[in-house]
Design a protein around this ligand. Sequence first.
Ligand code: ZN
Length: 174
Amino acid sequence: MAGKVRAKLPDIERFNKHVDFNGPTHPTQPELGRCHVWTGYIKPSGYGTFWDGEKKKRAHRWRYEYAYGLVPDDHDVDHTCCNRACVNPKHLQAVSKAAHREAGRNRNRPRKPYPQRGVIPALARVVSVVTPWSMGKPISRIVDETGLSVSYVERMVSAANSDPEMVRSIEMAD
Ligand SMILES: [Zn+2]
């Protein structure tokens, strides 16, 4: 399981076909932008579901893992915006199941993200930036869709532009 890259680019493009990127602005942290609202199937629980090619998964959880890497054992993916249909990775954080239950009691009180939100696997991170960019996608869209910082994306793109070997060295140093 370790090192397995779960999400390949075609999956994210398929995923994004079911996303309305113009949802409501984050209720407590407008700098985190708008909710990306799942327009595909929503379960009665309020969570979206996404077929990842092997099985049905919670859409927000799939999106979290695409952006940041696998959710650790005994953790849930929490919405800081309290919008269960939201799949914006900037509004998602992995929290221990115990902390999530606690947060559930304060469901209507949006939360600030924890500073640590997991680490995207190195290879998936490079792929999620460089591949869409090489296909002509604007950097602003890549930032929106990956949840990575503008400076990270720009650094990755300029490195890939000048020297593919650079990508590897940035990856090692990051
Ligand atoms: Zn949201």
